[in-house]
Design a protein around this ligand. Structure first.
Ligand code: PEP
Ligand code: MG
Length: 874
């Protein structure tokens, strides 16, 4: 028997999500629960992967199974595909394992043809409705399946409206719509080179394949990368009996959440439109009404829907996002899924569900996306600045947070401006999936059309980006690149500010302040600490960053990059002097200037961290980063050093390296110039003795030697460090417990970790360099070509953001095993950027590291990811 690729809704359940996709599995589950679901079938994700394996063709056995299922649906419905007397109409929708909102499109009214439309008209006694359905179908099929631009159809529609004095689509008569259909079909034939398909089976197969293809469109690839969705999952296709919300005043359609997706408030939340199809709500063409009003419009239906919503939430034990249609006074459920929500709502819902006894703390923690916490930590407006500002317009508060930036009217312009370093607000009539990259690049999104469930609103909430949607008070001309609001015209590049929590739009730049966290945040973070075993430290180079990280729950500093301390105005001259020193005595003199500065910095950091461990890394970067490059700076430095400009210029030239990242940096500097390591060690230990004495604290610095690849180079530098440290301790008479360890960031270090562990008291994986050196491409240049790797499906994600577990991860695993073999109690951590990325944190937990270290704002993310890893391990 051949493999089963097609499942009727009554053959599946929620547990079959991998096979049926989220939407298909939930339709099956709802069917099983006895809810009113229009019946249909799901073509599995395996059929999609098979389609790709077969070189983008649909296998005969899949086609056969589709038609078999179709025959069963015909039987259930009593209608027949293509039957002019009683035509069966279906919707075709994509549905991947993880929801990818707006990434793949829907086709409605499939099955209509020149003959079937007549049948539908007769059957419903509503010719206008039949032709309206047909023109919608032609437009969607052409756009989604044949890639013919929607705008061309809109132009025809606008033209007919104008000619007939119709203000909106609703004013068009049946005759008008017949003309529209005729013109649409002509356009189709012209663009596609053949007539609009009249055979519904052809329509269906073409549509199924289009959904399969849409899995791999550029937007979907970008979305997957942003959301860590593997490319080989594929999407399922759901074929479902049509029900119509546009059959008159006793019909309607809507979307609703069981709790408010922006705040988490426990109250049915959503919107609906009477006499409309689902796309009208999402597209924001007409402004929908709040779901609470359905109680007055159709009290019985409201009761039934509210009851169903509660049943679904209790069943799934999570907030649900549902789509429904009312056809001639009968309610149908078209979809349910765990609703997307803002981070604030996610925390509130998690806490509430635990308090309501619906979830355990651990289950609740698993439901929160660590990445989403990011948005909680985002800024709000400075109230003082806000006081003096006047809003120029108000729209829907679609996604909370505050943002300011320069306005751009296309996604491309927004991306370009953001890449050039501008703060950007994307301003659009309405957004569509094509805008996704621009939306990611923007600080905020403003649209003039669309409701709370419009594309802009849904996607912005998912991304945690501030969004004001449906702001009808502004007039946007995307062509002229202008926006009119409050009697003023704003041009591309002008500043505006958005408040996504109130919907206010300001025609000026308003300064923002860092985020304040709610009580739920503290509760959730407390829970993470109860279960996680992995410690979370921070990468911080200043007392301010250290203090911020402590606020977020950091348990130490895992990386203090000392070179960052030397870039400031008052320090760089001494640093430069040290670098261009021709001999040791010149260098020692320059280092003597740096010592007190460095010591002061360390004292500040120790004081901020109390007795928490602090890892300080010795000087690491290529020295040329510090060299003066312009004439003025060179002259100034020569004067300070009392040497001729030419001599200094010659030294600078001699320090040139062809490949500085692989050049004279890291521990190699201390091998050549041990006095640098001496000065830094002295600063580290003297600062520790002073803070220990002054504050009565037990300061335990961890001195970290970077870029080690050979145990002997580590030993050489370590000896310098230990000798200096011991000297300071004996000079001051204050005992300091310090450790000396190394970064593991050169592949050779991972291969010889057993040797290296003889000298190192701790390892900290520097996965930025380790990734760079393992892949053999530069961390500064990879951005230029990685996009080609994503689009050609060679890589799915940026290896500098997520640990490449297969390659780099294998080296890490080896280093952990070898290191522990030599020194069973060796302390192990990670301080590369990956330390704050959820999947990498899980990987580090699974490797058995003691801690991850990440930037202060990612500490909460790492805490939650570490907790989830611990729970999943159980
Ligand atoms: C690393 O390489 O991972 C690291 C933390 O060091 P840096 O980024 O400073 O090279
Ligand atoms: Mg490094």
């Amino acid at each position: 028997m051949s493999k089963k690729y097609v499942y009727l809704f009554n053959e599946g359940n929620a547990a079959m999500k991998n096979l049926l996709g989220g939407k298909g599995a939930n339709l099956a589950e709802m069917t099983g629960l006895g809810l009113p679901v229009p019946q249909g079938f799901t073509v599995s994700t395996e059929a999609c992967t098979r389609y790709y394996e077969d070189g983008k063709t649909i296998a005969g056995e899949i086609v056969e199974q589709v038609f078999e299922a179709l025959a069963k649906i015909e039987k259930i419905s009593g209608k027949k595909f293509g039957d002019p007397a009683n035509p069966l109409l279906v919707s075709v929708r994509s549905g991947a394992r993880a929801s990818m909102p707006g990434m793949m499109d829907t086709i409605l009214n499939l099955g209509l043809s020149d003959l079937a439309v007549e049948g539908l008209a007769k059957l419903t006694g509503n010719e206008r409705f039949a032709y309206d359905s047909y023109r919608r179908f032609i437009q969607m099929f052409s756009d989604v399946v044949m890639d013919i631009s929607k705008a061309k159809f809109e132009d025809i529609l606008d033209d007919i409206k104008e000619k007939n004095g119709a203000k909106s689509d609703a004013d068009l008569t049946a005759e008008n719509l017949k003309t529209v259909v005729k013109l649409f079909k002509e356009l189709y034939a012209k663009e596609h080179g053949s007539d609009f398909p009249q055979d519904p089976k052809t329509q269906l197969l073409e549509s199924v394949q289009a959904v399969f293809r849409s899995w791999d469109n550029p937007r979907a690839i970008v979305y997957r990368r942003m959301n860590d969705i593997p490319g080989d999952w594929g999407t399922a296709v759901n074929v479902q009996l049509m029900v119509f919300g546009n059959m008159g005043s006793d019909s309607g359609t809507g979307v609703a959440f069981t709790r408010n997706p922006a705040t988490g408030e426990k109250k049915l939340y959503g919107e609906f439109l009477m006499d409309a199809q689902g796309e009208d709500v999402v597209a924001g063409i007409r402004t929908p009404r709040p779901i609470s009003e359905l109680k007055e419009t159709m009290p019985k239906i409201y009761e039934q829907f509210a009851g169903t919503a509660k049943k679904l939430e209790d069943h799934y034990r999570d907030m649900q996002d549902m789509e429904f249609t009312i056809e001639k006074g009968v309610l149908y459920m078209l979809q349910t899924r765990n609703g997307k929500r803002t981070a604030a709502a996610a925390l509130k819902i998690a806490v509430d569900l635990v308090n309501e006894g619906k979830l355990s703390k651990e289950e609740a923690l698993l439901k929160i996306d660590p990445k989403a916490l990011d948005s909680l930590l985002h800024p709000t407006f400075d109230p003082k600045a806000l006081k003096n500002a006047n809003p120029v317009a108000r729209g829907l508060a679609a996604s909370p947070g505050a943002a300011c930036g320069k306005i751009y009217f296309t996604a491309e312009a927004a991306v370009e401006a953001a890449e050039a370093g501008d703060e950007v607000i994307l301003v659009r009539l309405e957004t569509s999936p094509e805008d996704i990259e621009g939306m990611y690049a923007a600080n905020g999104i403003l649209t003039s059309r669309g409701g709370m469930t419009s594309h802009a609103a849904v996607v912005a909430r998912g991304m945690g980006t501030c969004c004001v949607a449906g702001c009808g008070e502004i007039t946007i001309s995307e062509k002229a690149k202008t926006m009119a609001a409050g009697g003023k015209i704003y041009n591309e590049g002008d500043y505006i500010s958005l408040d996504g929590s109130t919907g206010q739009v300001y025609g000026e730049l308003i300064q923002t302040l860092p985020a304040e966290l709610t009580g739920d945040f503290g509760i959730i973070m407390g829970w993470t600490d109860e279960v996680r075993t992995l410690k979370v430290r921070t990468n911080a180079d200043t007392p301010k960053d250290a203090a911020q990280a402590i606020d977020f729950g950091a348990e130490g500093i895992g990386l203090c990059r000392t070179e960052h301390m030397f870039f400031e105005e008052d320090r760089i001259p001494a640093m430069r002097e040290m670098i261009v020193s021709k001999n040791q005595s010149q260098r020692v003199r320059a280092l003597a200037k740096l010592l007190p500065i460095q010591k002061k910095d360390f004292k500040g950091i120790y004081e901020a961290m109390g007795e928490l461990p602090v890892t300080i890394r010795l000087l690491d970067p290529p020295l040329h980063e510090f060299l003066p490059h312009n004439e003025e700076d060179i002259k100034k430095l020569a004067k300070e050093m009392i040497i001729p400009v030419e001599e200094l210029q010659a030294t600078i030239t001699s320090l040139h390296e062809f490949n500085p990242m692989l050049g004279h940096r890291g521990c190699r500097l201390a091998v050549t110039y041990p006095e640098i390591a001496e000065m830094q060690t002295r600063a580290i230990i003297e600062a520790a003795t002073e803070v220990s004495k002054e504050k009565g604290l037990n300061i335990r610095p961890e001195i970290m030697i970077p870029l080690v690849g050979e145990v002997k180079e580590l030993k050489y530098v370590k000896d310098v460090v230990v000798k200096t440290a011991e000297q300071v301790i004996s000079e001051t008479g204050v005992k300091v417990d310090y450790l000396v360890g190394t970064m593991i960031e050169v592949p050779r270090a991972t291969l010889t970790a057993d040797e290296i562990a003889k000298e190192a008291e701790f390892f900290s994986f520097g996965t930025n360099d380790l990734t760079q050196m393992t892949f053999g491409f530069s961390r500064d240049d990879a951005g230029k070509f990685l996009d080609d790797y994503y689009s050609k499906k060679i890589y799915e994600s940026d290896p500098f953001a997520r640990i490449d577990q297969t390659g780099v991860g294998k080296l890490m695993k080896m280093a952990v095993e070898l290191g522990r073999k030599t020194r069973p109690d060796i302390k192990l951590g990670i301080c590369g950027e990956h330390g704050g990325e959820a999947s990498s944190v899980k990987f580090c937990h699974d490797l058995g590291l003691n801690y991850v270290s990440c930037s202060p704002f990612r500490v909460p993310i790492a805490r939650l990811a570490a907790a989830q890893a611990a729970i999943q391990e159980k």
